[in-house]
Structures are given as C-alpha cells and as structure tokens.
Write a protein that binds this ligand. Structure first.
Ligand code: PHE
Ligand code: ZN
Ligand code: ZN
Ligand code: ZN
Length: 306
C-alpha cells in the first residue's frame, strides 16, 4: 500500500485509541518491515507513521501483517569510470523505480536523468584523480531495498573505498524548493548530523547552487532516500532535493518563487507525476549543481576525507 494508505490506517487506529510501537528504522513488530515485503514504506515513512501514532494515546496495538506477496527481482545499474583511484571512489546515485500509482517523472525520473546526463558527458575515461561510480537503484519505493542491499553486500574494505555518496531523488518538483540534505545539522530540521564530512558536502552544494543565484536550505537527513544505508555505515553523504509533500512557506515563495501554502510537489506519488508537471528550470539548476559537485569531487575529496 502507499504512504497515503498507511496514513489512513494510522488515523483509523489512532481514532480507535491505539498506540503502535514502532522501532523507528526497523520493522513494526517484525513483519511489516521485512525487506521481502514489497509493500513496506521506506524507513523514514515507517518512522513518520510511528511518530503520528505515538501522538495518539490509548491502548497498545500489535501490527502483525502477514506477507503473501510474490517475489520479484529488481536490479541496480552500476557503472564506474575506468580512470581515477578505485580506492577513493566518488559515488552518486538516483532511484530508477517509481510507485505504481503514477509514472514517477519527478520521483524519480528527474534524479535519474540528471545523473545519466552527467555520466554520459564525463564518459568512461575522464581525466580524473578519483574513480566515479554511478548507481541507478531499484526498489527504493519498496523500502530502499536496492541501495541497502548494495551497501550491505560490500566488504568493509569496499565500503572504505567509497569516499562519499551523493543522492538525487526528486530534483524537478513543480512548486520547487531548493534543498540540500542537512549534513552539518545547522538547519534545525532535527535529523542530527551525518557522518563526518557530510557537512562539507552540504556546503559544497550550497556554493554550487549559489553560483547559479539559488539560495539552498537544509532538509531532513534522516534516511528517507537511498543515502540511508551509506550514512548508517559511516560514509559521508549529501544530495539535492526540490521537495515532496511538504508545503512551501511564505518566506520560501518570496525567495524562490512559486506558491506559498501549496506542496512542493502536489503530484507526489500520484498519476499526475508526469512530464507536463516538471519544473524544467529547477531540473536544469539541480542537474548543473549535481554535475559541478560530482566533477569537483572527481578531482579531489580532500575537503571531505582529508
Ligand atoms: N524517498 C522519497 C520517495 O521516493 C522522496 C524523498 C526524497 C523524501 C528525499 C525526502 C527526501 O518517495
Ligand atoms: Zn517516491
Ligand atoms: Zn523518490
Ligand atoms: Zn546544514
């Protein structure tokens, strides 16, 4: 089911006076969060539902959803430059899947396309100091499965070879906000700091977008997209985001344009997330920011890892 379904279930349970115990980034009582269950929300969504429910006092409820789904195989696409140090890899990723409810053009054709354009322009053998590894993830919408399995499938040595990870999930929202993940915890979004170096990545995105006259804000760095398993394993990370179901404030509309009081992406996870509802200026700006930052790190990650 979708996040909206889960919110409805949550609201119904809440109205019935229930508390659901949610161990935040893990399963709800063991079953709902099983990675084999294609209906599960991302860890962040699970957390949100848990928090929504925690606000509703009453009795204890056990959520025990049995999984009776067929098994499907999905794949990540991973490509790395032939050039550059393979022990100091700059990694960048975007999820290629979408929800069943819509075509998923902003979520996440936008990030996938921006990343593909950068990869194609760099080519297979760019003159770089560090190898660049591009990933297009599968099964993000089923619970960050592709990226999580990828990181967990690496040896500790292989994880150490990744200097940093950059994530692009929704970069052309029709009522665009301009955000970087809050790696330095300076933006009071409450998600806490990321692994050492994540704050510098945020600053580098801020500078790359400022060069285009766009002032970024920090946004939750709580694991609601494919960078989650990277930061869980201590790999510095960052990324760009133009907003999902969150609502644009008056101050943001004054700064960035668009409509205050409306969602950044009113079509989030819906049928209208199609090509006619992309903010092409936001996509262009973010694609340039993505390209600039990937290119810069391909030459040096010293500011991040020393
Ligand atoms: N991962 C969410 C999705 O694909 C979107 C999202 C990206 C939310 C980044 C918050 C931050 O639906
Ligand atoms: Zn999504
Ligand atoms: Zn997404
Ligand atoms: Zn910040």
């Amino acid at each position: 089911c979708t996040f909206a379904d889960k919110q409805r279930v949550a609201a119904d349970l809440g109205a019935a006076g229930a508390i659901i115990y949610n161990n935040v980034d893990g399963p709800l009582n063991g079953t709902l969060g099983d990675p084999a269950d294609a209906r599960i929300p991302s860890a962040g969504v699970t957390k949100q539902v848990g928090e929504a429910l925690a606000g509703q006092a009453g009795a204890e409820v056990k959520l025990d959803v049995q999984s009776r789904l067929e098994t499907v195989t999905t794949r990540n696409v991973v490509a790395q430059t032939r050039t550059g140090r393979p022990d100091n890899v700059v990694m960048a990723g975007a999820h290629l899947d979408s929800v069943a409810e819509g075509p998923g053009i902003n979520d996440n054709g936008s990030g996938s396309a921006g990343l593909l354009e950068t990869a194609l322009r760099m080519g297979g053998s760019p003159q770089t100091e560090n190898a660049v590894r591009f990933a297009w993830w599968g099964a993000e919408e089923s619970g960050l499965i592709g990226s999580t399995k990828y990181v967990q499938g690496l040896t500790f040595e292989q994880q150490l070879d990744i200097a940093l990870y950059l994530n692009f999930d929704m970069i052309g929202s029709p009522n665009a906000g301009y955000f970087a993940y809050d790696g330095d915890d300076s933006d009071a979004v409450g998600s806490g700091p990321g692994p050492q170096g994540s704050g510098q990545i945020e600053k580098d995105f801020v500078a790359a977008m400022a060069a285009q006259g766009v002032e970024l804000e920090g946004t939750d760095f709580n694991g609601r997209s494919d960078y989650g398993e990277f930061i869980a394993n201590g790999i510095p990370a960052g990324g760009l985001f133009t907003g999902a179901e969150g609502v644009k404030t008056e101050a943001q509309a004054a700064k960035w344009g668009g409509t205050a009081g409306a969602a950044y992406d009113p079509n989030y996870h819906q049928a209208a997330d199609h090509l006619g509802n992309i903010d092409r200026l936001a996509l262009e700006r973010n694609a340039k920011g993505l390209a600039n930052v990937v290119e810069a790190y391909s030459h040096s990650t010293e500011a991040i890892n020393g």
